[in-house]
Design a protein around this ligand. Structure first.
Ligand code: GLC
Length: 508
């Protein structure tokens, strides 16, 4: 990015000032990064003056060099993002033809009008909670509300329940929650892959997220397994619709915002659902469907299982390589390893471990609390970035890592690392949406106009500045790709799994 004369003069002046202390240097770097002046311009100017002071303090020089390396490694240049979008489009196209694991077509070909109404039972089987709710679609002014809900934690014990044991646990919670409303139609949001065989059924696939429920049940019909588990508890329940949580998010948002064509989940995991013309997929991908379905469907909502895309096209740092090497399934979900809540904290931790050894972070001593894999939670990074001052961030960090010796300088380093990692993640999410939008636009052959992405998940919802940064990347990508004034806007979809499960029933 080129700087205006005014910005250049300001930077010249600041660079003279910056020779004084490293703290000012760090402050300036993060301040300018926030107002979107290229990191490189600042780093180059400031580095040229910082070396005299940094040499005085052991580890400092190494630290500023390391920070510079991290800034370069995590930089998201728009031109690189645009070419990544082209590569991802190719990968998406291939998967739409052949992949048994990604680009899974749902049975939903119709988006809601917003006039649908009625009361429905909705189940949300998430990565850490199971929820049972009564949802009312109000029809008028496209409003939906959760009338009541029960939430059950899915702890490690529940995750380890094997096969039918897990579904019996689910059924016992359903029995507890739905007294008196059993006769209502039920929709399920399932935050795992599923190979849909009808609107109310699908073959159970690998589950990830530490669950063992699929053990011994791969390929079994999810709808039947749940209904039979309920019968064993004396409940007569029939499942009317099953959708992946990304599809639920698309449907829930489409109920209130008619321009919605994408559903994004970004929490512990990541996924996107997109509505595309049926012609984008090979006929093999639809399996055996009644001819009536094909006659009625022009478009179809597809669960991309985005987490598995990207492969060797994604930007890779030495810390990404380390994370992948240490992972139980190296290379399985490369996109997720770079963007989701499960991994952002771990990437940061790997950088901090290196900074302790090579750049004197925390006085060169790694606190025990940061020794184990995944011990630095993304939630802590998020809280630190919301803190109003470095000392407030330091207090939060020390509360979780009581034995760490943390200076203000250390804290600035830690929050800079967090910001760079999450900015890259925001850029990558924008790329995936841009790539899916391009693919849809090419296939639809009509002007797309202003489309909306319904969003849900702790990172996109709660991580400070994440959604804004993602939107900004998206806007720039659209500007650069001359998309003829088409836009894609991110919009939060509250309670999208439960509401989307209900909408899926009524759209049947
Ligand atoms: C994982 C699952 C996917 C789900 C996503 C968000 O990536 O494979 O099905 O939608 O997490 O919960």
């Amino acid at each position: 990015m080129s700087l205006s004369k005014g910005s250049q003069a300001l930077l010249d002046m600041l660079s003279r000032l910056a020779g004084t202390t490293i703290a000012i240097r760090c402050f300036l770097t993060s301040f300018f990064a926030r107002v979107f002046i290229s990191h490189h311009a600042i780093v180059a100017i400031l580095s040229s003056t910082a070396s005299t002071t940094s040499a005085d303090i052991p580890g400092r020089k190494a630290r500023s060099q390391l920070q510079e390396e991290i800034e370069i490694a995590f930089e998201t240049k728009l031109s690189d993002l645009l070419s990544l979008s082209a590569k991802m489009q190719d990968q998406f196209k291939t998967a739409l033809q052949d992949s048994p694991h990604c680009m899974l077509p749902s049975y939903n070909y119709q988006l809601p009008s917003g006039h649908e109404h009625g009361k429905y039972l909705a189940l949300d089987v998430g990565g850490s909670t199971f929820r049972v709710a009564l949802v009312e679609l109000q029809g008028t002014s496209a409003r939906a509300r959760i009338m009541s809900q029960r939430t059950y934690k899915i702890n490690d014990h529940v995750k380890r329940l094997v096969g039918l044991e897990f579904f019996d646990w689910m059924a016992s919670k359903i029995a507890e929650s739905i007294e008196g409303v059993e006769q209502l139609k039920m929709g399920i949001a399932w935050s795992f892959p599923i190979n849909q065989t009808s609107l109310r059924s699908g073959e159970i696939q690998g589950m990830g997220k530490g669950f063992c429920a699929n053990h011994g049940l791969l390929g079994a019909d999810l709808g039947n397994v749940i209904e039979e588990a309920c019968q064993r508890k004396g409940l007569k329940i029939s499942v009317s619709a099953i959708v992946n949580d990304s599809t639920a998010t698309l449907l829930a948002n489409a109920y209130t915002t008619s321009s919605t064509r994408f559903g994004l989940i970004l929490g512990t995991g990541v996924n996107v659902a997109v509505q595309v013309p049926v012609s984008c997929l090979s006929s093999r991908k639809f399996g055996r469907r009644p001819s009536g379905w094909h006659e009625a469907a022009t478009y179809v909502v597809v669960n991309t299982e985005l987490s598995m895309f990207g492969g060797s096209s994604l930007p890779v740092t030495r810390w990404d390589k380390q994370l992948d090497r240490n992972h139980a399934r190296p290379g399985f979900q490369p996109f997720e390893y770079r963007v989701s809540g499960r991994y952002l904290g771990e990437i940061a931790r790997l950088i901090l471990v290196e900074a302790v050894t090579d750049a004197g972070l925390f006085d060169g001593l790694l606190p025990e609390s940061l020794m184990a894999q995944y011990s630095l939670e993304t939630e802590l990074l998020s809280k630190m970035q919301s803190a109003h001052s470095v000392s407030a961030a330091k207090e939060l960090f020390e509360a979780c890592n009581p034995t760490a010796s943390v200076s203000v300088d250390d804290m600035t380093f830690v929050t800079t690392v967090a910001r760079l990692i999450t900015q890259r993640a925001a850029g990558l999410i924008a790329v995936s949406l841009h790539a899916l939008w391009s693919l849809r636009a090419q296939a639809s052959k009509t002007k797309e106009g202003r489309l909306t992405v319904g969003c849900n998940g702790s990172i996109i919802q709660l991580y400070p500045g994440f959604k804004e940064s993602c939107q900004e990347h998206l806007d720039r990508l659209f500007e650069m790709s001359n998309s003829d004034h088409d836009t894609v806007t991110l919009e939060m979809a509250e309670e999208s799994s439960l509401i989307g499960a209900a909408v899926a029933v009524v759209c049947a």
